[in-house]
Design a protein around this ligand. Structure first.
Ligand SMILES: Cc1cc2nc3c(=O)[nH]c(=O)nc-3n(C[C@H](O)[C@H](O)[C@H](O)COP(=O)(O)OP(=O)(O)OC[C@H]3O[C@@H](n4cnc5c(N)ncnc54)[C@H](O)[C@@H]3O)c2cc1C
Length: 468
């Protein structure tokens, strides 16, 4: 029997593989159990990485068709080679997943391919695809089994015409009409990909706003900009059924509060109404591992379940379903297993939507601060007043910094604009060090750079912006 290990992780997504590498670096003997043929989980195989490959290439296609001419570059009407675009995506995924396999070898982590279920504290049963099973023993077990798409009642997924994000990342043709159910991050990102490649895209959202949880002003601006790009929105509406009988899908859409249904036609329907923790087949009940009110594995502040020696991290537990949050928890749980003090600061976890322009957010929103009764000052600066953004033809969007009215400490940062996903990082660093808007405003920023807009927003929150 190839055991006992100090540390065994079930699942090799960003939570699991990072936990395994960190634990090995700290001198623990580590095993990883993964049921898929490749490592990297949802994120590397069917999530973050393939979606960002398609978002980038479809954006280039869109720019070649609509933006280049204004820069004096005449390329004619660009032609889409979807097969080649998908091949690029597949190559990027392969490079990333095999990179994880390389890191496992480098760190002497042993891997078991099969479905892991917890037979007893300290014992994982691994069942391979051919039914053969073995027991892996470990002092610490970490559940990092991730999440799956949330089903929509009355709508059957076939991953060809009625798809989750997995099918939407692999369509063989550009659908003439795409209906996206859900105006969250995944719906808007994949809706953007197919709109740029030629689909007529309609987004149907139950709530009266898009991007629930994000700063309201940023969400309203996003909706305006995406509408300008041609995406249609139907808010306060719900999809009641999808009839697949004919050549076109017939989608019944009702007002959220109930009322007369209207039928829309589509070639593909993407169901993107959220994700839920995936714990099927783990045998949680048999060993008595408790779940929380939303079916996730319940953990304390040290990622401990109620059963000694069994921990859980990532999408399988509470908190934002983000790859870097899972990674941070992976590092922390490994440190804890090695006797160190692992910790995650949930107050400073950035979130990015990779639409064009990008949207990025860290810390509290205006709505949250108002709700908490915290007095704050909001400093804003538009990219239309930034020299570098103008040079790039990127005039839409703004940076908003929210600072405590009494102490000037930065409590939140929200950006819609070019490279927002990169720019947000300096606000995260500032917040991690409890910095003030004045601190950020007094730091020299290279000119001309997009980051000057972040500095100007900090100036605006602390005193006054210079360039507007
Ligand atoms: C389309 C899409 C785009 C996304 N884009 C982003 C993004 O840009 N940025 C971002 O931060 N997040 C993004 N996410 C979310 C991100 O993918 C998840 O937050 C992240 O993957 C969670 O990591 P994890 O390690 O908890 O779980 P996962 O990545 O889901 O990995 C879980 C792993 O466990 C394995 N597993 C499950 N059960 C068992 C078992 N019993 N035995 C063995 N193995 C098992 C699974 O096969 C899987 O490999 C995106 C998600 C989707 C779907």
């Amino acid at each position: 029997m190839p055991s006992p290990y100090d540390f065994a992780v079930i699942g090799s997504g960003p939570g699991g593989y990072v936990a395994a590498i960190k634990a090995a670096q700290l001198g623990l003997r580590v095993a990883v159990i993964e049921k898929m043929a490749t490592f990297g989980g949802t994120c590397l195989n069917i999530g973050c990485i393939p979606s960002k490959a398609l978002l980038y290439t479809s954006e280039m296609f869109d720019q070649a068709g609509h933006k280049f001419e204004g820069f004096g570059i005449k390329v004619g009407t660009p032609k889409l080679d979807l097969k080649a675009m998908m091949a690029h995506k597949a190559a990027v995924v392969e490079a990333n997943t095999s990179g994880v396999a390389f890191l496992f070898k480098k760190n002497k982590i042993e891997t078991f391919i099969g479905t892991g279920s917890i037979a007893a504290p300290g014992k994982i049963k691994v069942t391979a695809a051919d039914g053969a099973s073995q027991i892996v023993e470990a002092r610490t077990i970490v559940i990092a089994t991730g999440s799956e798409s949330m089903p929509l009642k009355g709508v059957e997924i076939d991953e060809a015409r009625v798809v989750t994000s997995t099918g939407a990342l692999a369509l063989a043709q550009v659908p003439a009409r795409l209906i996206v159910v859900g105006a969250g991050v995944i719906g808007l990102e994949l809706g953007s990909v197919w709109r740029r490649l030629g689909s007529e895209v309609t987004v149907i959202e139950f709530l009266d706003r898009i991007l629930p949880g994000m700063d309201g002003e940023i969400a309203r601006q996003t909706q305006r900009l995406l509408t300008r790009q041609g995406i249609q929105f139907r808010l306060s509406s719900k999809v009641a059924s999808v009839d697949k009988k004919g050549k076109a899908l017939k989608v019944a859409v009702e007002p959220a509060g109930g009322g007369t249904a209207e039928t829309l036609e589509a070639d593909v329907v993407l169901v993107a109404i959220g994700r839920r923790a995936f714990t099927d087949g783990l045998g949680l009940e048999a060993v008595g591992i408790a779940r929380d009110e939303r079916g996730r594995v319940a953990v304390d502040n040290h990622f401990r379940t109620n059963v000694p020696g069994i921990h859980a991290i990532g999408d399988a537990i509470r908190g934002p379903m983000l790859a870097h949050k899972a990674e941070d928890e992976g590092v922390a749980v490994a440190e804890i297993a090695a006797g160190q003090a692992g910790h995650v600061n949930y107050g400073v976890i950035p979130a990015v939507v990779y639409t064009a322009p990008e949207i990025a957010s860290v810390g509290q929103t205006e709505e949250e601060l108002k709700q908490a009764g915290i007095e704050y000052r909001a400093g804003k600066f538009p990219f239309s007043a930034n020299g570098r953004a103008r040079a790039m033809g990127e005039k839409d969007g703004f940076v908003k910094i929210l600072a405590d009215a009494a102490t000037d400490r930065v409590l939140g940062g929200h950006i819609i604009g070019p490279f927002a996903g990169e720019l947000i990082q300096e606000i995260s660093v500032l917040m991690e060090f409890s910095g003030a808007a004045e601190d950020l405003a007094r730091i020299s920023h290279a000119h001309p750079s997009l980051s000057e807009s972040v500095r100007e927003a900090a100036f605006a929150a602390w005193s006054k912006p210079i360039h507007i």
